[in-house]
Design a protein around this ligand. Structure first.
Ligand code: NAD
Ligand code: TYD
Length: 352
């Protein structure tokens, strides 16, 4: 019976990963360590909270004593590090917390895992540290080409720079100690339980509240979108089949301009709700993000050829599922967007 330590498991991708894994395997234990920052939400996990193979620990990956206790008490086989400050716009306003959690927290986790997994000069071979990283560490692309794993890192935002720093530290634990690590670099995720500061749930939330939908700059920046369950499946496969020390890009060939995404989702919402009064008039072009990366696009050939993972959910199907999820979970959305979120939103968009 393998034991997974999932950090950041109350966030968007972490909670989807826990739900995915517990629905797939009966013979695993999952410990979810999460600080419950603004983006961590235990109600994401109500469907599995009573599962006897699941345990929640509230805490910070920067807390050495707490991590020591967890590794001491449980025989952790896999550490999957989702815990992070994850929003580029927030990183532009407050970079320090990104360095603390994303860099120092990762080093902390590596150190404790190394201490418990190391046998004399080598490592227990069936352990694995998975660093959940992002394609943003590669920087921005021009009009052609895709990110491959061997590209130099060239991050621009404080967020992506903190993730790139963490990637380099994780890699150094393989290069130096032969620690069994993998680094995954995924493109933009969308799906259920995503905090509505990110583009897709923000579009849905603003539409439902008849609020302008802010489009940064000319709206022609390009992101490469992946449905979150596909990301979870890829991580599971990398834990099973990934070659120690390797980096894997994860993406589904779904490049779209932001303005296309906004218009497409408004149309889907119009169709699903039957509310044709709301139209593209909600779109509001606003001041561009500072240092806004123009284009991201993943080349997933390595994970496709070496691991056998391939994206299977078409963008249109993933968006429809996502829109329906938000429409069916308005209580979740209303709760998460009341209070602090309103202050965040007003502050973030006041100069735009
Ligand atoms: P999220 O913001 O929804 O969740 C982050 C979670 O980490 C929250 O539950 C939060 O409470 C927790 N957390 C934050 N600081 C912590 C700390 N110090 N100790 C313990 N827990 C802490 O983020 P997400 O979108 O789910 O992203 C998860 C991971 O995936 C991140 O590492 C992110 O860089 C990476 N990633 C995200 C995307 C995307 O599109 N969302 C794409 C590629 C990679
Ligand atoms: P986001 O969801 O923040 O992800 P990331 O910046 O990590 O890629 O943003 C996705 C794209 O959408 C990015 O090009 C910025 C743009 N964007 C807007 O145009 N308006 C918005 O209100 C937000 C949040 C993002």
């Amino acid at each position: 019976m393998k034991t997974y330590l999932v950090t950041g498991g109350a966030g968007f991708i972490g909670s989807n990963f826990i739900i995915y894994m517990l629905s797939r395997y009966r013979n695993i234990n999952i410990i979810n360590l999460d600080k419950l920052t603004y983006s961590g939400n235990l109600s994401n996990l109500t469907s599995i909270v009573d599962n006897s193979n699941y345990k929640f620990v509230k805490g910070d990956i920067c807390d050495k004593d707490l991590l020591e206790n967890i590794f001491n008490k449980h025989n952790i086989d896999y550490a999957i590090n989702f815990a992070a400050e994850s929003h580029v716009d927030r990183s532009i306003l407050e970079p320090e917390i990104f360095v603390r959690t994303n860099v120092l927290g990762t080093v902390n986790l590596l150190n404790i895992a190394k201490k418990y997994w190391r046998l004399a000069d080598t490592f227990e071979s069936d352990k694995r540290f998975i660093q959940i990283s992002t394609d943003e560490v590669y920087g921005a692309l021009g009009t052609s080409g895709c990110f491959t794993e061997n590209m130099p890192l060239d991050p621009h935002s404080p967020y992506s720079s903190s993730k790139a720093s963490a990637d380099l530290i994780v890699k150094s634990y393989y290069d130096t100690y032969k620690m069994p690590i993998n680094i995954t670099r995924c493109s933009n995720n969308y799906g259920s339980y995503q905090f509505p500061e990110k583009l897709i749930p923000l579009i849905i939330n603003n539409y439902l509240n008849n609020r302008p939908i802010p489009v940064y700059g000319d709206g022609k920046n390009i992101r490469d979108w992946l449905y979150v369950e596909e990301h979870c499946r890829a991580i599971d496969m990398i834990i099973q089949k990934g070659k120690i020390g390797e980096v894997y890009n994860i993406g589904g060939h779904n490049e779209r301009e932001n303005i296309y995404i906004v218009k497409y989702i408004i149309n889907v919402l119009n169709e699903v709700t039957g509310n044709n009064k709301i139209s593209n008039k909600l779109i509001k072009y606003v001041k561009d993000r500072k240092g806004h990366d123009r284009r991201y696009a993943i080349d997933p050939s390595k994970i496709e050829n070496e691991i056998g993972w391939k994206s299977e959910i078409a963008f249109e199907d993933g968006i429809l599922k996502t829109v329906n999820w938000y429409l069916n979970n308005k209580e979740w959305l209303n709760k998460i967007t009341s209070g602090e979120y309103q202050k965040y939103y007003e502050n973030m968009y006041k100069d735009k």
